[in-house]
Design a protein around this ligand. Structure first.
Ligand SMILES: [Zn+2]
Length: 180
């Protein structure tokens, strides 16, 4: 990656509304999905929050979030040799150690945030910038909507059982457990 490309990437990531996010939002909105942006009370301020689906969507830039980058150890930063760059996240040769640390930290943070959200009962979906390239954009977005439908069905099935008739459920369970 040239330094010009790098600063271009940086400027895009720093901007609040990076283009890949807008692509995802527009698609969801035009398909009837309603959402919140950068929910301030949720860990990691997810890019898109779909309350009805209890789902957070992160639209990640491949460079900053280290798409396909394999870190030797997720905790401590290991030597640069343990990092493999992919086509969409080329870690610069200049100042390499700095970039490895930075991207590793970002990946660790992403991981922790999603773990925390999962503990809070949220589903997390990550969409990578490279998955929104023109030739595969539509497939990615259709896949996203498909995943959301599956999440909704799965959650709804369980929650309906748990929340709509809680007392009845408990009685039934007790009956089965102690009656037999
Ligand atoms: Zn990528």
């Amino acid at each position: 990656m040239t330094s010009a490309q790098r600063s271009y990437n940086m400027s895009r990531i720093r901007a609040k509304d990076t283009k890949p996010e807008i692509v995802v939002r527009k698609y969801l909105w035009s398909h009837g999905y309603r959402y919140r942006l950068n929910h301030p009370r949720l860990p990691g301020k997810p890019d898109v929050v779909l309350r009805k689906f209890r789902t957070c969507i992160f639209v990640n830039g491949c460079f900053w979030h280290g798409h396909h980058v394999v870190c030797g150890e997720v905790q401590g930063v290991q030597g640069v040799s343990e990092v493999q760059s992919s086509g969409c996240c080329k870690i610069p040769k200049t100042n390499r150690e700095f970039w490895v640390k930075k991207i590793t930290r970002n990946k660790e943070r992403d991981f922790k945030v999603q773990q925390e959200l999962a503990r809070m009962g949220w589903h997390c979906i990550t969409i990578w910038e490279c998955q929104l390239k023109p030739n595969i954009k539509l497939a990615t977005l259709e896949g996203l909507v498909n995943t959301l439908s599956k999440i909704f069905l799965a959650d709804h099935r369980i929650k309906k059982y748990e929340s709509e008739e809680p007392e009845l459920c408990m009685v039934a369970e007790n009956t089965i457990e102690y009656g037999n």
